[in-house]
Design a protein around this ligand. Structure first.
Ligand SMILES: Cc1cc2nc3c(=O)[nH]c(=O)nc-3n(C[C@H](O)[C@H](O)[C@H](O)COP(=O)(O)OP(=O)(O)OC[C@H]3O[C@@H](n4cnc5c(N)ncnc54)[C@H](O)[C@@H]3O)c2cc1C
Length: 445
């Protein structure tokens, strides 16, 4: 039986806002809490939201000597950053959208490649115990795919240590004979995103940032040349505000941000620690695994020897842990038939919200919005926040510290409402994912 935890209403699962205590990434010992803002204080830059984006921005601003205050509605890592699947992906899925950015697109790609190891680098630099392991990644398929061959060749040409692998190597890496073709990325790997986010916040505090938890921002108003940011018990005056609230953009302040994105609820699952016998069978190389082309059940084995995976829940049934765990086990048993003889138990189930900038899978690049004079928003990190959050926090901090916003690797855009906002979620949950499950089950892809 899973322990009874706070907030288990179906509606909270559906909106990805169930209490963070459900997330399998929380350590057994609680982390230190950040107290709420209860004064009227002053700063240069106010960061709203402390997920991967807000935490990295706060850290890199503080490191550059900028006076920064971070306000978080709950505690750091409360959003998607404490709920994701733990994959650290060091390549970009689709370079096409960058072409429209001209020279900036080239700079973005170069910056991404230069800082592709940022998760591991930050953990090493700041002594963050985030279970970050550069174990590599494998995209595994049942049969050859030209698209995979092209992708491997492209990134090899960029200097990546990456290869197409076939049955024998895949058997050695993953411990299964089911996969016959794939890409072995020797960089990337896994991280505990909750610990990593909190680690960045602790490092930011050590560098002088002030971080307040339990301080949802309820209003932002201009006061002369500055901005006043209100919470229920305190307020903050700042020259600039940077909003990093991701899919929780439906705030009372700057409500237009909520219309700039395609939200999608996703769920995560962690098993109880696997027995030594199972650990011998499943994924012996401990790479971050994904199934190509459906992307169903990305999988890591974490430092606590648990399988962690994620999927997209059925419409109106995001609470239904049993169903998704059963799907996952069916997949696992297909890939590793020997595991049928073992009991594998669900240890944690949770949901979270992703915010995408595009309704086309893999074309969703994050956004930097100029919301008002002195108000920016760094949002829509899609499904690759573990690397994008830290990288874009770094790039934006560099630009803000040098007062050269134009140097940021993201183009500065005005918030524009997207069209047919709910269609993306409808399409994904009603059509794409159910079809992908069937295709996978009958071994078509
Ligand atoms: C199930 C799932 C699996 C995923 N798997 C992966 C993966 O394997 N690899 C990967 O790279 N990415 C993955 N992602 C995506 C990744 O988690 C996100 O891109 C990333 O966490 C977004 O970070 P963020 O800082 O923009 O937002 P968030 O982490 O959502 O942070 C926003 C913060 O803002 C706070 N906030 C909101 N409103 C207010 C307010 N009014 N005042 C103050 N604070 C406020 C929230 O409490 C929250 O802490 C996954 C996401 C999900 C949900």
């Amino acid at each position: 039986m899973m322990p009874l935890l706070p907030s288990t209403r179906h509606a909270d699962y559906e909106t990805g806002t169930i209490a963070i205590e459900h997330s399998g990434w929380l350590p057994e010992q609680h982390l230190a809490m950040h107290e709420g803002l209860a004064d009227d204080i002053d700063t240069d830059i106010a960061v709203i939201g402390s997920g991967l984006a807000g935490a990295s921005l706060s850290l890199h601003l503080a490191e550059r000597g900028v006076k920064v205050v971070t306000l978080e509605a709950r505690q750091p890592g409360n959003g998607a950053s404490g709920r994701n699947a733990g994959h650290v992906q060091t390549f970009l899925e689709n370079l096409e959208p960058l072409h429209a950015w001209g020279d900036r697109g080239k700079r973005f790609a170069a910056f991404f490649m230069e800082h592709r190891n940022i998760v591991f680098d930050l953990c090493a630099k700041h002594g963050i115990d985030g279970d970050a392991v550069k174990s590599g990644m494998v995209e595994a398929a049942y049969r050859p795919h030209t698209a995979l061959a092209k992708k491997a060749a492209l990134w090899k040409a960029f200097g990546y240590n990456v290869d197409i692998v076939t049955a024998a190597s895949l058997r050695e890496l993953l411990g299964t004979e089911k996969y016959r073709y794939g890409i072995h990325w020797r960089e990337g790997g896994r991280v505990n995103p909750y610990l990593f986010t909190n680690g960045m916040i602790s490092a930011a505090v050590r560098h002088g940032a002030r971080v307040f938890g339990d301080s949802p921002v309820i209003g932002c108003h201009r006061e002369g040349q500055r901005w006043r940011v209100d919470t229920a018990r305190g307020s903050l005056r700042a020259q600039r505000i940077v909003i990093c609230t991701n899919g929780h953009a439906g705030n009372l302040f700057f409500p237009e941000l909520a219309r700039t994105q395609y939200p999608l609820v996703a769920c995560g699952m962690a098993t109880k620690p696997l027995s030594p016998a199972l650990l011998d069978i499943i994924n012996p190389a401990r790479v971050a695994m994904t199934h190509y082309p459906t992307g169903l059940y990305p999988m890591v084995i974490d430092g606590r020897n648990r399988l962690v995976t994620a999927t997209i829940p059925h419409p109106c049934r995001a609470h239904d842990a049993k169903t998704y765990f059963a799907y996952f086990l069916r997949y696992l048993h297909r890939i590793y038939p020997q595991t049928r003889n073992f009991e594998i138990e669900l240890g944690a189930y949770w949901t979270g919200i992703t915010a995408n900038s595009s309704s086309v899978y893999h074309a969703d690049y994050p956004k930097l919005y100029q919301v008002d004079d002195g108000v920016l928003a760094l949002m829509n990190l899609g499904t690759w926040g573990n690397v994008m959050g830290p990288q874009l926090g770094l790039s934006l901090a560099q630009s803000l510290a040098s007062e050269r916003l134009d140097d940021c690797v993201l183009p500065l855009e005005r918030p524009e409402p997207v069209r047919f906002q709910r269609l993306f979620e409808f399409k994904t949950r009603h059509l794409m994912i159910p079809v992908a499950r069937v295709i996978d089950r009958i071994n078509l892809a």
